[in-house]
Design a protein around this ligand. Structure first.
Ligand code: FAD
Length: 392
């Protein structure tokens, strides 16, 4: 018996948004309410990605939303962030899919690709006609991607790629993979390649047994002597800075998205606490300890909104620094996970079932805490920023 989402706005946050920003948010909210909320618990149980929603998400401009041209919506970064908030209010797995398609596949093609690559891929990815994935992490190298062992070797006009990638969102449903590899004849410099997933030697297998992001596809990729033409190199890439620039785009969306998950948990707990009665036939919301939990949640959600809005405004002004985005991702995902735990507590036994969205959000957020730079890696990024000393 899930509750209808009522929206969360404690300090007239909406007053800080423009009409266009509220429109982007409300459009995404309605889409999620009408299309994802009715099916998400089944998708989660079945471990099924709701692929049937992709064309409509494309029509609404959710893919590459903050890119301009090539059929993209050209939203501001704040509008894009508000869309990811609403997507993740539905489910972190669906937001992850959109983040990968947008920030980890379309953004690198847009930023580092040739005109031919952009003209071909971006319109197809914007509509969702083609799907993409981003292969950086390897079985042996997660937080330290610079250790990667995937290699690209020049062979005439072609490159031959060999390596293994792990934990790749959308890996087995992707048409195109952005693969990061060290190039042997370029001093092992990390470069980005566009690899069509139907090339001989490329295979993807799904990770099964996940308790988190069950409505998102997570895969391993294997590249065994995959031959690609030289024109598939993204010529603007050079060094680890290139994939890290992509991760910054995705982390920004995650910082907004986590607020959506927190809002879903808070709103559920608030509505439940007003209905559920214990002791003297009074709602549990009348007990001080329950109010303290609700107060903590709404305070932290509000602070998280202000933090990420300022980061978004800086991004729109071209002034954002990577450590700002690290702070927003680290704080907001931690905050959302704590909200999920408190909300689950308020629902008592009911909180552990999928009659309510809380456990699903909690389990999803465990992945969100880990991917795109773990909580602790962002601690070290911020620590380096304020001290000048890298402590990895
Ligand atoms: P590790 O790097 O082994 O870290 C384990 C622990 O050690 C963490 O707590 C970490 O903080 C800590 N640690 C590591 N180094 C240090 C240090 N120097 N100091 C202090 N603590 C440290 N990757 C992609 O390339 N593409 C994707 O699409 C993608 N999707 C993902 C989807 C899911 C569901 C998940 C779970 C992961 C995904 N990833 C993806 C991978 C993700 O980015 C990595 O899991 C993440 O970078 C952490 O790497 P790891 O899992 O190897 O953990």
């Amino acid at each position: 018996m899930a509750f209808k989402f009522k929206g969360v706005d404690f300090i007239q946050f909406d007053g800080l948004l423009s009409d266009d920003e509220r429109l982007a948010r409300d459009t995404a909210r309605q889409f999620i309410e009408d299309n994802l909320i009715p099916i998400i618990e089944d998708c989660n149980r079945e471990g099924r990605f709701p692929r049937e929603l992709v064309p409509e998400m494309g029509r609404l401009g959710f893919f590459g939303a903050n890119l301009h041209g090539y059929g993209c919506a050209g939203m501001s970064n704040v509008e894009y962030g508000l869309v990811t908030q609403e997507l993740e209010r539905g489910d972190s797995g669906v937001r992850s899919f959109v983040s990968v398609q947008s920030a980890l596949v379309m953004y690198p093609i847009y930023t580092f690709g040739s005109d031919e690559q952009k003209d071909h891929w971006l319109p197809l990815l914007a509509t969702g006609e083609k799907l993409g994935c981003f292969g950086l992490t390897e079985p042996g190298y997660g937080s330290n991607p610079g250790g990667m062992t995937t290699r690209a070797v020049k062979s005439g006009d072609d490159y031959i790629l060999n390596g293994e990638k792990m934990w790749i969102t959308s890996g087995s449903i992707a048409d195109i993979a952005v693969i990061w590899a060290k190039v042997s004849d370029q001093n092992d410099q990390v470069r980005g390649f566009l690899v069509e997933t139907d090339r001989p030697g490329f295979s993807a297998y799904d990770v099964h047994g996940k308790w988190s992001l069950r409505a998102s596809v997570t895969s391993g990729l294997s590249l065994q002597d995959v031959r690609i033409p030289g024109k598939n190199l993204m010529s603007g890439t050079g060094g680890l800075k290139s994939p890290l620039m992509c991760l910054n785009q995705a982390r920004y969306g995650i910082a907004w998205g986590a607020i959506g998950a927190a809002m879903a948990c808070y709103d559920t707990a608030l509505q439940y606490s007003l209905l559920r009665k214990q002791f003297r036939d009074e709602p549990i919301a009348s007990h001080q300890l329950v109010q303290e939990k609700l107060t903590w949640m709404i305070s932290e959600i509000t602070k998280a909104q202000l933090l990420v809005l300022q980061v978004g405004r800086l991004k729109d002004a071209g002034k954002v620094e990577h450590q700002h985005i690290s702070m927003a991702k680290r704080n907001n995902v931690w905050m959302a996970l704590e909200c999920a735990r408190l909300a689950r507590d308020i629902l008592g036994g009911n909180g552990i079932t999928d009659d309510y969205p809380i456990m699903r959000h909690m389990m999803n957020l465990e992945s969100v805490k880990t991917y795109e730079g773990t909580h602790d890696i962002h601690t070290l990024i911020i620590g380096q920023s304020v001290t000048g000393i890298p402590a990895y």
